[in-house]
Design a protein around this ligand. Sequence first.
Ligand code: ADP
Length: 161
Amino acid sequence: MINKVVYPGSFDPVTNGHLEIIKRASKMFDKVIVAVFCNPNKNPLFSMEERVSFLEEATKDISGVKVDSFSGLTINYVESIGGNAAILRGLRAVSDFEGEFQMSSMNKSLNSEIETVFLMTEAKYAFLSSTIIKEAAHFNGDVRSLVPACVYQKLINKFND
Ligand code: ADP
């Protein structure tokens, strides 16, 4: 039986949409490992250390959650965790489906033993992405209700430097 999930992503930065997925997953699995992906092709706004520390702060009261980081293939990271781990992804609108389907099919062909499980976003977060948060914050939009408090503060500092 699957008892732990790895939730991989860029989390640049973590939003309340991500957090809602983590909270729900923590009720379904013994362990949720939130794994921040170091993508050499992307130029993130926040460093790996910042992204990890936002997640640690935002998930500190959710039991069974651990934050980690990785580079390279997600499937290799999941294999390194060992045990009966699955990959967790969140699904927003129809637009997420194609990319997620492609990625989960690729992962299945790399290791047919590792499942990907999907949780549908809560409707109120369906529009929410790290990218749209950064865009709004860049132009001084009030995103306070959409990200954890620690992220909000750092966003303000970042764009007012
Ligand atoms: P990536 O760069 O791998 O897409 P993200 O950090 O943007 O990573 O997202 C990680 C995962 O969280 C993805 O599965 C994404 O679909 C999901 N996700 C992002 N925002 C939301 C949201 N508002 N509601 C539900 N799932 C979300």
